[in-house]
Write a protein that binds this ligand. Structure first.
Ligand SMILES: Nc1nc2c(c(=O)[nH]1)N[C@H]1C(S)=C(S)[C@@H](COP(=O)(O)O)O[C@H]1N2
Ligand SMILES: [Mo]
Length: 246
């Protein structure tokens, strides 16, 4: 199955897939077949070495859509928001030589990059946005993952109505991708709470659910098997394919 066909069929059969009501799709055999069949092939042929296309300013969609779990409303997030994230520090730990915390000030002192790329959500929408922030690989260069680290696991601040937190993971190759960004701004404005403030992942080479919002912690580990449902991500635990390359 070629890439376009894979994408088109995934999109058309998954119209509500990353909203909570879309979990019905997990019982849909056809949907599973589409998501699982091309995995090995897809990774081998397309890989993540290639760059996602970058667009021009004129292509940017000003009202970037919103989806996914609701913006956190708990008191700790409310306090962070009220203080403009003064108390926020991104924890980066696990299998690393040099575990660190990154305040927003510290992130702001690192090399800033911007990218205008297309976000593809399995719900069937795409949107071009201008994301700016710090390359994930620059954070890796500071913390120095150990040889045992095979995955970067992103722990988020939101939870579903069962209390299960959102999380995601990338392999080390994807984490080193030059377009994998820890974004702090969207369309030339600071990231809003709804879009994942203060820091979200933006990975334009992967389907939208990989681009974790409200990231509190990045953990490096040899495996994600013992976390939550064991499949490496919130939606993966409900049947989505772990590899979401486009
Ligand atoms: N923490 C968290 N990150 C998340 C989600 C979520 O529910 N929680 N939804 C994902 C999905 S499915 C998509 S398409 C994008 C949507 O990002 P946006 O709401 O900023 O458009 O965020 C992704 N990251
Ligand atoms: Mo999505």
């Amino acid at each position: 199955m070629n890439r376009k066909l894979f994408l088109a069929s995934t999109m058309s059969s998954a119209l509500v897939a990353c909203s909570p009501i879309g979990t019905a799709l997990n019982n849909n055999a056809e949907f599973h077949k589409l998501l699982s069949a091309p995995q090995g092939l897809d990774h081998a042929i397309i890989g993540t070495r290639g760059l996602a296309r970058e667009y021009r300013d004129a292509d940017v969609m000003r009202d970037f859509p919103l989806t996914g779990l609701p913006t956190p409303t708990d008191s700790s997030y409310a306090e962070l928001l009220a203080s403009h994230f003064a108390g926020y520090a991104l924890i980066v730990d696990g299998a690393v030589a040099n575990p660190q915390k990154f305040s927003l000030d510290r992130l702001a002192k690192m090399q800033r990059v911007a990218q205008i790329t297309r976000h593809d959500c399995v719900e069937g929408w795409s949107a071009v946005g201008k994301w700016a922030g710090v390359r994930l690989r620059d954070v890796l260069a500071v913390v120095r993952p150990l040889p045992t680290a095979r995955f970067a696991i992103f722990h988020c601040m939101d939870r579903d109505d069962q209390g299960t937190p959102y999380y995601e993971s990338l392999d080390m190759h994807e984490a080193m991708h030059p377009q994998a960004l820890l974004a702090t701004s969207l369309n030339d404005a600071p990231l809003t709470a709804d879009h994942g403030a203060p820091v979200r992942l933006k990975v334009p080479t992967q389907l939208g659910y990989k681009s974790a919002k409200w990231v509190a912690r990045i953990e490096f580990a040899a495996t994600f098997a013992s976390l939550y449902g064991g499949k490496g991500g919130y939606w993966e635990d409900q049947g989505y394919e772990w590899y979401a390359g486009i």
